[in-house]
Each structure stands twice: as structure tokens, then as C-alpha cells.
Design a binder for this molecule. Structure first.
Ligand SMILES: Cc1cc2nc3c(=O)[nH]c(=O)nc-3n(C[C@H](O)[C@H](O)[C@H](O)COP(=O)(O)OP(=O)(O)OC[C@H]3O[C@@H](n4cnc5c(N)ncnc54)[C@H](O)[C@@H]3O)c2cc1C
Length: 387
């Protein structure tokens, strides 16, 4: 067994780290200042500029196959890169990406939706959640009624990331109520905003915010069906599956950086004539954070390795998502405590992380849904205990 990174993994990790240190970290103060003024921390044109700069270094389309101009990286490498991006609060991500399920598009749809999304000239969002169906996604009600060669969509989606910015939505709607979403009754549609849906911003605890998408008799031609009629739920679950190792990968980067800040503070902040790090109360918070961080790293890399090795990644990914999301909440909470009043201010990134990472326990499968998957796999004997 070898826990060391390969030379290639280390080289890529180090290149991304130096890009983050040189190009991204210097923007943190600006991002914090703008967010305090309720402005976007990073403007779209600034994000695009940074993405083009990264492209020159060869970083473009981490998950995008090489035939579409991407890097087509294995999941382990993608995970290592997401960890590096987690080390900054600047909402930067590499360009050249598209929703994983957009690759199911046919040739005409690829031209219209996939390629411009990869290039960054169009913005997508993915919408399955509804006011009455989140964890229980199979309970969606948005209807798609066939009318000649078109479908008429009615209903509401909610909490949709990028829903305000998107030019088009990948929307899962019910096409055959008698079957149920899980058994072929739901279909994914590619729906341009110009077809008539509208979005409403939802204010959240975090920066930016998702949106509700409202569909009232939105007419969508059959040629905009993604995949096959009845494949919508399956595609939706594939979309969600990707986040189950990228989210905790990001969480590891946040926890690394936050813990480093806590170490610095524990060494330099003095009370009662000595550094606070000399107190056992502080040392234990540091030790617990380090243990949880490393445990999460093992779970996340194992989940990514499971993807790369062609095994069913669901069980390992649920464990990584559940543990990684809780780990980062615990670590950031302790790091905030170690910083005392300064940790609570908006001068430092810590309170921002505190708000941001709370989401990690909710979206793309709540803690409870991950526990449900993990225990169900074991109880049904689908997964065995041990290696
Ligand atoms: C900022 C943000 C961005 C999002 N982005 C997207 C997006 O881009 N696209 C999209 O489609 N969705 C998106 N979502 C939706 C997200 O996936 C859902 O919020 C999530 O799945 C939970 O659904 P819910 O909010 O309806 O909670 P509910 O399903 O109502 O759950 C409420 C609580 O009950 C618990 N619970 C539910 N059922 C059970 C059970 N059987 N056993 C035990 N506990 C249970 C849940 O774990 C949770 O704690 C986003 C959400 C947020 C907040």
C-alpha cells in the first residue's frame, strides 16, 4: 500500500497551488470588501479573465474529455485540484467545464449547448429540486405535457445554483405521471431562458444565491430533450453524483487553510503572558481538527479512486460527502473559536467559511440522505464491511 502521491499528481497539485498563491490569493481582500458591500466578490468578466490565464498554463476543463479540448483528468487528480481551490475564499474555478450530463447531448445539442458552455459563452444550471421535492427528488411535480412535437412545461424549481445567471436550464420534469419519476416517468429538457422561464433570486446565509425558476406554459421542442424520454431521473442522479467527491475535496482545502490560520494565531496570540497555543484547550481543538481532516482526506481520495477504478462509487462517495462536510464544519467552528472575537469579524475569511460550509451538509444530498444510502447499502448486503 502506498499513500504517497505519484510524481505527476504532486507536480499538478504544486502547479495549481502556485497559481492559487500568485493569481488568486491576492484577490481575497477585494472579495471580502465587495461582499461586505453586498456586491459579487468576483465579477464574471474577472472570473473569465482568470480562467483564460489558467488556460495558458494548461488548466482548462478538468473533467472535460480531451476531444472537447479539456484535460479529461482522473477523479483523484480532480479531487486534489478541488482541494487546492478550497484553500482560497475567492470563488474561482477553472474554465472549460460543463455539467457532466450535458455530454449525453446529441450532435445538434452539443453545438448549441455543450460547446458554448465549455467555452464559457453560455451559462447552464441544473434544476431538479422543487418546493415540494428536495431529498425526495422522485416526488417532483413539474409537468411536461406533449403537444404535437413540443412539450409544455409548468411548475416551479427552487434553490437552483446559477439560476439567475443561466442562459439555459437542464430541467427534469414529469412526462408520464403513471410511471413515477424513478421508473421512467421523468425527462430532462434543455430549456433556453428565451423560451419563457423566469428566475427569482433567493437570499441565503452564503454569498451569491440560488434562484427559483418559474415555468408557466413554457413551450419546448422535442429536439431539446436531453438523452431519452424517461431518462430524466437517472441523469439527475448522475449530475448529483459528481458533487459527492468534489464537495468534500473542496472542504479539505478549506479545512487545511483554516487550520493553518489557527496554528499561526495559536503561536502568536498571547493571553495571561503566554501564547494561547500553550493551553491544552487550544491544543485539543487543533489535534481533533488535524485527525478529522486527515480522515476526511483518506475517505475522499478513496471515493475518487473508486470512480477511477471503475467500481460503483456511490457508497464510498456518500461516506466522503457525509464525513467531509461535517469535518469542515467542525474545523471551521474550532478555528473561529481559536481566533476569538477576530474570528467573528468580516475582516477575516473565517466567518465566511462558517456560513459557506454549512451548505455542504445540505446540498447534493443532506447528511441524512448520505446516512440513509450508507446504512441501506450495508443492511441489504450490497456493500460489505471492511476492505
Ligand atoms: C444554496 C443551494 C444550492 C442548491 N443548488 C441546487 C441546484 O443547483 N439544483 C437543484 O436541483 N437543487 C439544488 N439545491 C437543492 C438541494 O439539493 C436541496 O435543498 C436538498 O436536496 C435538500 O432538500 P430540501 O431542502 O427540500 O430539504 P428536505 O428534503 O425537505 O429535508 C428537510 C430535512 O429533513 C431531512 N430528511 C428528509 N427526508 C428524510 C428521511 N427520509 N429521513 C431522515 N431525514 C430526512 C433532510 O435531511 C433535512 O434535514 C440547492 C440548495 C441550496 C440550499
Amino acid at each position: 500500500m502506498d499513500f504517497a502521491l505519484s510524481d505527476e499528481e504532486r507536480a499538478i497539485r504544486d502547479t495549481v497551488r502556485s497559481f492559487v498563491v500568485k493569481e488568486i490569493l491576492p484577490l481575497e481582500d477585494t472579495v471580502l470588501r465587495r461582499e461586505r458591500a453586498h456586491e459579487p466578490g468576483l465579477r464574471l468578466e474577472e472570473l473569465r479573465e482568470l480562467q483564460q490565464k489558467a488556460r495558458k498554463f494548461g488548466f482548462w476543463g478538468l473533467a472535460t474529455p480531451e476531444e472537447y479540448g479539456g484535460m479529461g483528468l482522473p477523479a483523484v487528480l480532480q479531487s486534489l485540484i478541488w482541494t487546492e481551490l478550497g484553500r482560497t475564499i475567492v470563488p474561482f474555478r477553472f474554465g472549460g467545464e460543463a455539467d457532466n450530463i450535458l455530454f449525453f447531448a446529441n450532435d445538434a445539442q452539443k453545438e448549441e449547448f455543450l460547446l458554448p458552455t465549455i467555452e464559457g459563452t453560455r451559462i447552464s444550471c441544473f434544476a431538479i429540486t422543487e418546493p415540494g421535492a428536495g431529498s425526495d427528488a422522485a416526488n417532483i411535480k413539474m409537468s411536461a405535457r406533449q403537444d404535437g412535437d413540443d412539450w409544455i412545461l409548468n411548475g416551479e424549481k427552487t434553490f437552483i445554483t446559477n439560476g439567475n445567471e443561466a442562459d439555459f436550464a437542464i430541467v427534469v420534469a414529469v412526462t408520464d405521471r403513471s410511471l413515477g419519476a424513478r421508473k421512467g416517468g421523468a425527462t430532462a429538457f434543455l430549456v433556453d431562458r428565451s423560451m419563457g422561464w423566469r428566475s427569482e433570486f433567493i437570499q441565503t446565509m452564503g454569498e451569491g444565491g440560488p434562484a427559483s425558476l418559474i415555468f408557466e406554459d413554457v413551450r419546448v421542442p422535442s429536439r431539446n430533450i436531453l438523452g431519452a424520454v424517461g431518462q430524466g431521473f437517472e441523469l439527475g442522479m448522475q449530475w448529483i453524483g459528481k458533487g459527492r467527491y468534489t464537495i468534500p475535496s473542496h472542504a479539505i482545502g478549506i479545512a487545511e487553510r483554516a487550520l493553518e490560520m489557527a496554528l499561526d494565531h495559536a503561536r502568536t496570540r498571547e493571553t495571561f503572558g503566554r501564547a494561547i497555543g500553550e493551553n491544552q484547550a487550544i491544543q485539543w481543538m487543533i489535534a481533533d481538527s488535524e485527525v478529522e481532516l486527515e480522515a476526511a482526506r483518506m475517505l475522499v481520495l478513496r471515493a475518487a479512486w473508486t470512480v477511477d477504478s471503475g467500481r460503483d462509487p456511490r457508497h464510498a462517495s456518500s461516506m466522503a460527502k457525509l464525513y467531509g462536510a461535517n469535518m469542515v464544519n467542525n474545523v471551521v467552528d474550532r478555528v473561529l473559536q481559536i481566533h476569538g472575537g477576530m474570528g467573528y469579524t468580516r475582516e477575516l475569511p473565517i466567518e465566511r467559511w462558517y456560513r459557506q460550509v454549512r451548505l455542504y451538509r445540505i446540498f447534493e444530498g443532506t447528511d441524512e440522505m448520505q446516512r440513509l444510502i450508507i446504512s441501506r447499502d450495508l443492511l441489504r448486503g450490497y456493500t460489505m464491511i471492511g476492505l
